[in-house]
Design a protein around this ligand. Structure first.
Ligand code: PEP
Length: 265
């Protein structure tokens, strides 16, 4: 199901800082980013940054004090609200810090920390219950792609991670298609491969939750997005944004990605 991108799907450009930047570096980076972007740059795009937990309060303070229209995001959370879960952070704690978006099911969490679709599903529901928007990551390995199993992998992740979530809630969510072989490798999916999978995801969502839900859902592409490839990726009809890792650590590069429109043919 490929559709012309409706105006209602405001593109979302998200910066996943991963385990980078202490809170001093985080303050510098967000200040540089705020300086690099003009008020009109936010007219057609939503922007979120996802610093490590230890930076959230510092970044929140800068965004609030300077009234910067960048949303605060987190990279992960636990599914419980509070309790004996040493080392974990709850959705309620994130919401209290004005976090708007939480990445769930990033491939690094799935691969390095054993997160299953069931765990991702619990986290996603907890994020929603706390009033925030989940960015659900899905994507295949290189082996799965080469074996022709990419769509089946993504279908399974969508079904498992979104089990029991109602259509109107799915409609307001964000899914990030991130082929694992393209994350942090410098390799990017071709814009047509990325488009094809994002269209496939939309079509699977339509099968389960209906065409209206699928038409509202924002689907990001992630995997070595850079200032040079963002304009073409973002011109694809089913790509509504980008989840950016490495390039989001450099304020000027991330600002150029946010401003992808200026560089489109
Ligand atoms: C990511 O962090 O989700 C990501 C896609 O990283 P990178 O842009 O560095 O490939």
């Amino acid at each position: 199901m490929s559709s012309k991108k409706p105006d209602s799907r405001t593109p979302l450009i998200s910066g996943n800082w991963k385990m980078n930047h202490n809170h001093f570096e985080a303050i510098q980076t967000i200040q540089k980013l705020a300086y690099a972007l003009n008020p009109e740059d936010y007219d057609h795009v939503d922007v979120s940054v996802h610093p490590p937990f230890t930076d959230l309060r510092s970044v929140q303070t800068v965004l609030q004090a300077d009234e910067v229209p960048i949303s605060l995001g987190a990279q992960n959370c636990h599914w419980e609200t509070s309790g004996a879960f040493t080392g974990e952070i709850s959705p309620a704690m994130l919401a209290k810090l004005d976090v708007s978006y939480v990445i769930v099911g990033h491939s690094e969490r799935r691969e390095l920390f054993g997160e299953t679709d069931e765990i991702v599903n619990r986290k996603l529901k907890a994020v929603l219950a706390a009033g925030m928007t989940p960015i659900l990551c899905v994507g295949e390995t290189l082996d799965e792609r080469q074996a022709g199993a990419a769509e089946a992998k993504v279908d399974g992740q969508i079904a498992g991670s979104l089990a029991g979530v109602k259509a109107d809630v799915v409609a307001a969510m964000v899914v990030a298609y991130e082929p694992i072989w393209a994350i942090g490798t410098g390799e990017t999916a071709t814009s047509s491969d990325a488009q094809q999978m994002c269209a496939h995801i939309r079509s699977r969502v339509a099968d389960t939750w209906g065409a209206d839900t699928a038409g509202s859902l924002r689907i990001q592409y992630g995997g070595s997005v850079k200032p040079s490839n963002a304009p073409e990726l973002m011109s694809q009809p089913d790509i509504d944004g980008a989840l950016v890792g490495g390039a989001s650590l450099v304020a000027d590069d991330f600002a150029r990605i946010v401003n992808y429109r200026l560089y489109q043919a």
